[in-house]
Design a protein around this ligand. Structure first.
Ligand code: 6GU
Length: 262
């Protein structure tokens, strides 16, 4: 898999040389290049922004440097139609599902906007060469796309086979099955008067699996009830349905629905 990132702050992407992603690059599992948008400018001042038509606060990124950068990167692409990810609070929300989808691609290009964003015509034009996807990390505003790219490259990169040493780690983690992860514990078994739940020391793997499943459901209901609203529970066991019931949910047509005062 190949990643290209275009930014006016290439140094912001330095952490991608560290840890799991840095190791994956060194191992040749992924290729990643960071490009300075200013190197695609033509003027003496290397200008990347200008005032917005229609007025208003802030500056808008000029189209010409972006077109030059995206044209060069598309021309060198290993595929016919790379995916262009445009980090923006106005994009579709980045989820584990989207991370899995993007991990199947051979070439992802990230266009980091700053200021009030990139001239809209760049995205229209780029659709001739790329599959363009504006993507948001969530409902809050960052100053630019760089931090979002750090998050997305890590989330996508770790799904590439070989990047995470033990692929089992990807199975039982938050969002892998639409629920939050169960709580985890390590030694000592008693710490500051707090005992690890007894069942985890029992060696009874059936009981442990049941405990963990119950706590996944409890935690999801408490912290992210929105995840339960869209979850397919049609294959839930009797035990799982009983936990849902205790948490205030009935199962109707394969969905968990909040029980109202009956
Ligand atoms: Cl992807 N970019 C920016 N600039 N702000 C954000 C975001 C992305 N996601 C949430 N806020």
């Amino acid at each position: 898999m190949r990643f290209d990132v275009v930014s006016i702050f290439p140094e912001y992407l330095a952490p991608l040389e560290l840890s799991l992603i840095g190791k994956a690059r060194a191992d040749g599992l992924l290729e990643l290049a960071v490009h300075d948008l200013r190197s695609y400018t033509q003027d003496r001042h290397r200008t990347v922004d200008d005032t917005p038509y229609g007025g208003g606060a802030g500056m808008v990124m000029k189209p010409e440097p972006w077109a030059q950068a995206l044209e060069d990167i598309a021309a060198a692409s290993p595929v016919k139609r790379p995916v262009l990810i445009v980090p923006s609070p106005a994009g579709e929300v980045f989820t584990q599902k989207l991370a899995y989808e993007l991990a199947e691609e051979d070439h992802l290009v990230f266009a980091c906007g700053r200021y009030e964003g990139i001239d809209e015509r760049v995205l229209e034009w780029a659709a001739e060469h790329y599959t363009v996807r504006p993507v948001s990390l969530g409902d809050y505003v960052l100053n630019g796309g760089e931090v979002a790219v750090l998050a997305m490259v890590e989330a996508i990169g770790r799904l590439i086979p070989g990047v995470v040493g033990n692929p089992e780690s990807l199975v039982e983690e938050s969002h892998s099955d639409g629920l939050l992860e169960y709580p985890v514990y390590t030694k000592p078994s008693n710490w500051r008067d707090r005992a690890v739940p007894e069942v985890l020391l029992s060696g009874n793997h059936g009981k442990i699996a049941k405990f963990r499943r119950e706590h996944q459901l409890r935690r999801t209901a408490a912290r992210r009830p929105d995840l339960l609203d869209t979850l397919d529970v049609s294959n839930f066991s009797k035990t799982e349905r009983n936990v849902l019931w205790e948490l205030g949910y009935a199962v109707e047509q394969g969905r968990a629905v909040r029980r109202t005062g009956e």
